[in-house]
Structure formats: C-alpha cells, structure tokens
Design a protein around this ligand. Structure first.
Ligand code: ASP
Length: 441
C-alpha cells in the first residue's frame, strides 16, 4: 500500500460540512496517512478567511485599538468554537484560543498571528479524524533572517513523522531558531504539503482544492475548456507564471526534487481524477502537444535598435542591469544582432522602470527606442511546442484570422513554449482563437 500525503486548502476546510467531506476522502484510502491543512477559508464570496481576520486582529492589537481587536477576535473565536461543536471534536480549543489572544495582546507579530489559523484548525481536524496532531513548529525551519532551510526541514520532518502512523500537520508556517513562527507567502500550505510529501517519501502528493485540476484555458474567457489530465512540473510552472495558478509556485520544488507526482483534486467532486503533475520523463508526460494556454495583460514592451551594435547582449545587459538594480527586471528579454526587445510586467513600479530605462539607455546610446504599453502576452505551453513549426504556424494563423494588426510578436524561449504578444484589447479574442486552433490536436 502506497503512502499518500494529502493537503486540503482553505475552502475544503471552511466549515464543518466541508471538513466532513475531507474526512470521507481521507478515510476512503488507508494510504492517506499524512494530512496538511490550511486555516478555514471563505464559506461564501462575502465571507472572510480566518488568516485575513488574524492579520487584522494583530494590526489592531498592535495599534492599541483594543476594543476593535476584541470584536475581530470574537468572530475568530466563534468560528473555531462553532467548528469544534459541530464536529464534536474533543480538543481544548478554548484554551488554545485564549493563549493566542494573550500572546497577541502581549505584542506577538503578524507571522505569529497568521500561523494560528492553521495551528488551531489542524488540532481540530486531527481530533476529528482520530489522527495525531504534529505541529510544524521546530520541524519546518527558517534561519534567523527568515530564509527557508529545505534540507534541515526535510531531515527534521522525516524523523518526527516516522514516529506517527497517521498525522495532521498545520500548513503555511514553520519557526526560526528562537522558536517564533514564520510563514511562507500567502497560499503557503501548498508548500508544507510538498515538504511533508518529500519527508515521508509519499507515492503521491494529493492537493485538494475547489477545482478539478488545471483547465487548458481560463474558463472566464474560453467556454468549457478541456481539463488537463497530465502535465509536467516544467509545463505547469510555465503555465502558472503566465497566470494559470492553482498551486503555490514553491510547492512544486520539493515534490520535483523527490520525484513525487502532484495530483490536484476537487474536495467537492472527489470522483474527478483531477490533474497529475509529473516529471517530464515520466511515461504519462510523453505525449507531445499543447497542454495549456495562459496569459497576462499590461506588459510594457521596450524595443531598442542600435546600428552596428555588434550583438544584442550589448543592448540587453546595461538595461537589464539597471532594471534589476531598481527592482524592475523584465519578464522576457530577446535580442538580435543590433536590436533587443524587453517585456516588463504590469506590476512593475513606473518610477523604478523610468529610472532604470534612463540609466540603461544612457549606457546603450541607441539609435531608436520605442515603448508600447498595454501588451498582453499569451503562452502556449506543451512539451515540444517551442520547436514545432506546425504549432507556430497554427498560432500565427489564429492571429491572422482574429484580424490582429495592432501589435504582434511571436517568440519561443524554451522547448515548451511559444509566446504571443498582442494589444491588451485583443487578448481575449486571440486566446479564444488560439484555443480553437490548438486544443483539439
Ligand atoms: N491560510 C493561508 C492563506 O490564506 C495559507 C494557505 O491557505 O495556504 O494564505
């Protein structure tokens, strides 16, 4: 029997009914021995995540706004006590809550506050399943500067979990050497799930959320996009970096190191097979072709030309150096003998970008430069598509059929992608056109 590490996201553990579903899922496979949970998420669109409430509470408490803080804390308290009662879990959540309130009143920081959602929820869920509760404190390790310690964590987690046949571990946080909680970035319970999977050498890391895995395109743009049954780690990173994010970016690395497939599953549709994320050389990943199409709007494209520059690197290097110094590094940079194009993402701070370009261009002394704002980049991702003229021809055909003339760019920076640049206003139309041409190959 294989060992399965299971991670449930915030919406899967938002209320008692959802937590019951997770128990059914866990109990239906004896291999599901190690469970990582998020804090309770939103029960409806208007609801608030416990993590957000905890951040608010800490801010108010630190700002001396005691009565506002108390009002927020009572919402948190009500949710946890409600969960305990509805689940009939025998755990002293009241004392645990009182300690959180006392610590925060005494000045505990935001990381401590945020970590408590997972800490309390994991205790409740462990009691409800009849599993051991294993705290992430002292096992998921950061150094005193807050840098994550991957190998030390793996050793500590492996040693502790070996002592537990079945356990629930809180996601999202670990501790620094002085024992204070330190969180990963938002959505970080996915990372803990991958760390536990690696530590217990799981056969599969099941990541349960509220969608049945990846879709080939954004369903808000393409009607009824096809699901993606299998994708490689590399392909999923390229898709996620261009907007299709289901999983925290850093969650893939530990699983990839250990060669553990990640299965994205839906707590509300447990019968769906979801998406398997596997290593590129796994036989299931062998099928060449398009896996997904994703994109982002709002890039600024900078084009630079210098007569007899004698190598695009001479144009790119000064600009990238200046941009990096100003915290405005481009997402994509391409060059030819006397020309270069750089793409800066929409989140890039405008003042930093201006300063960087001024410095960089002063070094380059270009003959021509032009900037185009409002560029959307669409990535067509799939093993081998970057080297396949057939796919490139279809992408170009889709652009032509959609009547795109305003801004056009098409390039490939890896064997697994083709990137297309169009004006923001054409983004949806082009994405649909490319999908229609490529999804059914
Ligand atoms: N509860 C944390 C968040 O809201 C971590 C997680 O759910 O993965 O970001």
């Amino acid at each position: 029997m294989g060992v399965v590490t299971v991670k449930f996201g915030g919406s899967s553990v938002a209320d008692a009914e959802q937590i019951r579903k997770t128990k059914d899922i866990v109990m239906s496979d004896p291999g599901r021995r190690y469970v990582v949970v998020s804090g309770p998420g939103k029960r409806s669109k208007e609801d608030e995540k416990i993590t957000d409430l905890l951040y608010t509470y800490q801010k108010l408490a630190a700002g001396g706004k005691g009565s506002d803080a108390a009002a927020v804390f009572s919402i948190i308290e009500e949710r946890f006590i409600g969960l305990k009662e509805e689940l009939g879990a025998s755990v002293d959540i009241e004392s645990a809550l009182a300690k959180v309130a006392a610590d925060l009143t005494a000045g505990a920081d935001a990381d401590y506050a945020a970590s408590r959602g997972e800490f309390l929820n994991a205790q409740l869920i462990a009691a409800f399943y009849g599993y051991d509760f294993v705290d992430a404190a002292g096992l998921v390790l950061f150094d005193s500067d807050g840098a994550f310690l991957a190998e030390e964590t793996n050793t500590a987690l492996a040693a502790e979990l070996a002592k537990h046949e079945r356990a629930v571990v809180p996601g999202f946080y670990g501790t620094t050497p002085d024992g204070s909680p330190k969180t990963f970035s938002r959505g970080g319970s996915d990372v803990t799930g991958a760390l536990v999977a690696r530590a217990v050498r799981a056969d599969v890391y099941e990541n349960w959320t509220d969608v049945s895995g990846f879709l080939m395109a954004d369903p808000r743009i393409v009607e009824n996009p096809r699901p993606v049954p299998v994708i490689s780690y590399r392909e999923q990173r390229e898709l996620s970096s261009m907007g299709a994010s289901v999983l925290h970016e850093d969650a893939v690395t530990p699983a990839r190191i250990a060669g553990i497939p990640i299965n994205i599953r839906n707590t509300n549709a447990p019968g769906d097979a979801g998406t398997m994320i596997v290593s590129g050389d796994a036989p299931e990943a062998a099928r060449a072709g398009v896996r997904g199409i994703s994109g982002r709007k709002g890039y600024t494209a900078l084009r630079v030309y210098k007569n007899a520059a004698g190598g695009g690197a001479r144009l790119l290097t000064p600009i990238i150096d200046a941009a990096t110094r100003h915290g405005a590094a481009p997402d994509f940079a391409l060059s030819a003998v006397d020309a270069a194009t750089l793409y800066f993402a929409s989140g890039t701070d405008a003042t930093s970008l201006d300063a960087a370009l001024e410095e960089g261009l002063a070094v380059v002394r270009a003959d021509e430069t032009s900037t185009t704002e409002g560029v959307a980049l669409i990535a067509v991702v799939g093993s081998g598509v970057g080297a396949d003229p057939g796919t490139a021809a279809k992408v170009a055909g889709a652009l032509a059929e959609a009547g795109i003339t305003s801004y056009g760019a098409c390039f490939s920076v890896s064997e697994t992608n083709i990137v297309v640049g169009v004006a923001d206003k054409d983004y949806e139309a082009v994405l649909r056109a490319i999908y229609a041409k490529l999804a059914y190959l």
